[in-house]
Every structure is written in C-alpha cells, then in structure tokens.
Design a protein around this ligand. Structure first.
Ligand SMILES: Cc1ncc(COP(=O)(O)O)c(C=O)c1O
Length: 383
C-alpha cells in the first residue's frame, strides 16, 4: 500500500484528502500508481513473490480505497466491487438457500427487482416490510430463520428515513445481521456501524467517486467473520471485481468527498426550503425539512447535513412533472446521482408500471453548480 504518513489519528476529512497520507516508497509520489497487471510472479521455489496471485482475487489498487473506506466507516475491513449492485448482491449470495431476509418497501428499484427475481429463484425467502416502524419489523422477524435485515436510508427515491439503531436492535435480538445501503447518506453524514449496523454498502458510482465516470460499489464490515469471508469469496469466485483504473479513479474521487458532499448538502437544503411552499409544488421530500416525516430520526443519525438528494412532487401528476423536467436548462435529465453536475429524473418512467414511486415525483441530485442557478432554473421551469 505504500507509506501511510498521516499522523494518527487525523480527522476523517484529512484522512480522505490525503488518501490516508499515502506516499509511494519507491518514488516519493503522493499519488498512488495504477496496477494493470492481472498476474504476479512466483519465485524459483514456486512461492508468490509478494503474496499476490491473480487480479481477480485482489489488486494492489484496492488497498487504499478499501483502507480509506474502513477508516471513514469505522469498520474492520472493506471490499470494493464492480458496481453497487454487485456489492449488494454479494451480501445476499453469501447467505444460504432457505434463509429469510427482510428488506424495506422503499428501496433502489433495480435491487428490488433482483431480490424479487434472482434471490427468490435461488431459494432466499425475501420479505418486504415498512422499515419506518420497528415494531412491524420485529413482528416480521422469523426467529432462527431471519439472517439479514437490509435497510436503505435515506431511501431512493422518496428519501424515506430508517432508524439504524432501532433496526440493529431488532436484527441482533433475532441473531440476524443488519446491512445498510448508505449511498445517499455517505460516510460524511452517517456512520451506520457506530449505530449498530454490521455491514455498510455504497454504490460508489455516486458520491464516493462523485464525478459520474466510474461504476463501482463497496462494502464495509463491522467484523471479519464467517459471513464476511463468504462475501469476499463471492467477489473472487463470481469475478465481481473493479477494474484497476476504476479503483484509481474511485480513490481520486474520494479525496474530495468531504468538500463535495458538504457543498451539495448545503445547496440541497436551500433548494428544499425554497420550494417547500411553492404553489406549483405538491411536496418537497428532504430529510432536512422539519415537516418531513423522517426528520427526527434523520436529525439523530445524520451529522453535519442531510445529503444532496431532494425529490420534488410537482402539481399536475406525471404530465406536470414531465413538462417541468422538459423545461429545465441547467439541470441535466439523466439517471444516477452524486456527481458534480445536477441531475433530474422522473423515476416512475424508469421504474415502469409496477413502480410504487408517485408519478409526479422528480428525483433531483444536487451538484456543485451555483445554487442560485439551480433555483432560478427550477423557478422558470415551474412557471
Ligand atoms: C441507493 C442505491 N443503491 C444501489 C445502487 C446500485 O448501484 P450501481 O448503479 O453502482 O450498481 C444505486 C444506483 O442508483 C442506488 O441509488
């Protein structure tokens, strides 16, 4: 991994900006190299020269992003994956047929499709439940059978907030693990492991990388236990590996995570507050708004802001929402989120006829543009 020279302990933003203080021991370079090699040499004694075998097992370029994630999440170990989906599905693939899994009824759409389709076909018993009510989740737990509770907070795309500490209690009482998709919260605002979670997942495609130019995922674990070893084996054996250039770009993006997310959260909070009472807006969904249903829980478990994602419900149903988004000039109509450019998406169109997302909802990922430009653009599109 090179020399890690930051005095310890430094604050998380310092650890991120300095990539844990990396300095290349051979060259003195303060940026790590890319490691494109797929294979590693053995000596005459047939022993691996540096302990590495093949790049499907791991790549030296994973070491720093994984170590930094472990540091930022306060976990025991991390693993990067070829996408957020491959990180999430690896958690489920490490379970065994017949295991019961509780998932929220508001969850990233593609993951729901995988859970309902593939996971169920392969023998996992997946049940969705309203995770905003810990009593309901406790009632849905099947003692001895429930092995995993999966939550996503704030959730995509309605920003539903789930109480991580309460869910950890329910999970642990049942002998189950709690996994948290913390993509929207980022390690800047929430550290699920400190609140009791066992696993933290990110679509690193979003805020961790932050520049809309890498598909990646990550998991961080509280403990290097049997389930974690199985997850690592899934990555190696299924080949859900991140490319070396993508790993390098991911670390480069993570170095600016704290300034980006802080600015995006500030801007999102201003936009949410500005349009909350707008006559053409039905509802603004943002965990930072006092009137938002999950605000109290969000205020307890999110530090320093409420994230850069806002959903607007525009008057006039789906036609009103689509007409509004069609008039936007600064915001880009595109899927995904967490990049430096502001993106807007009509989620119900993407999710299809079975979508539970309100048809008048536009998911808005606030970028790093001048907030006034973003506000004015929404204003003119609402006229
Ligand atoms: C909350 C959330 N989790 C997981 C994913 C999946 O991540 P990826 O697209 O990197 O596979 C996404 C993607 O949009 C997401 O928004």
């Amino acid at each position: 991994m090179g020399i890690v020279s930051s005095p310890d302990p430094v604050r998380p933003a310092t650890a991120a900006a300095q990539a844990l203080g990396f300095v290349d021991p051979q060259t003195g370079a303060i940026v790590p190299p890319v490691h494109p090699a797929t294979t590693y040499e053995r000596g005459a004694d047939n022993q691996l020269l540096a302990g590495r075998l093949y790049s499907r097992a791991d790549n030296p370029g994973y070491d720093l992003p994984e170590a930094l994630l472990t540091r930022l999440e306060g976990g025991a170990a991390s693993a990067v994956f070829s996408s957020g989906m491959s990180a999430a599905t690896s958690v489920l693939m490490a379970l065994r047929p017949g295991d019961h899994v509780l998932v929220p009824n508001v969850i990233y759409w593609a993951f729901r499709s995988w859970l309902v389709g593939w996971a169920t076909d392969w023998g996992l018993r997946v049940e969705s439940v309203d995770m905003t009510d810990p009593a309901r989740v406790a009632a849905a737990v099947q003692p001895g059978r429930t092995k995993l509770i999966w939550i996503e907070t704030p959730a995509n795309p309605t920003l539903v907030v789930t109480d991580i500490a309460a869910m950890a209690e329910v999970a642990h009482r049942a002998g189950a693990l709690l996994a948290v998709d913390s993509t929207f919260a980022t390690p800047v605002h929430t550290q699920p492991i400190a609140l009791g979670a066992d696993l933290v997942m990110h679509s690193a495609t979003k805020y961790l990388n932050g520049h809309s130019d890498v598909i990646a995922g990550s998991l961080t674990t509280r403990a290097v236990d049997d389930h974690w070893q199985r997850i690592k084996a899934v990555r190696v054996q299924s080949g859900n590996v991140l490319g070396p250039f993508e790993a390098w770009l991911l670390l480069r993006g993570m170095r600016t995570l704290f300034v980006r997310v802080a600015a995006q959260s500030r801007s999102a909070a201003r936009i949410a507050g500005h349009f909350e009472k707008h006559p053409r807006v039905e509802e603004v969904l943002y965990p930072g708004l006092a009137a938002f249903r999950g605000h109290a829980v969000a205020a307890r478990q999110m530090r320093g802001g409420f994230g850069g994602m806002v959903s607007l419900r525009v008057k006039g149903g789906a036609p009103g929402a689509l007409a509004f988004s069609g008039k936007l000039r600064v915001w880009k109509r595109a899927t995904s989120l967490g990049g430096v450019e502001s993106l807007v998406e009509h989620r119900a169109s993407v999710e299809g006829p079975q979508s539970p997302t309100p048809p008048d909802l536009l998911r808005m990922s606030v970028g790093l543009e001048d907030t006034e430009d973003l506000i004015q653009d929404i204003e003119q599109a609402l006229r």
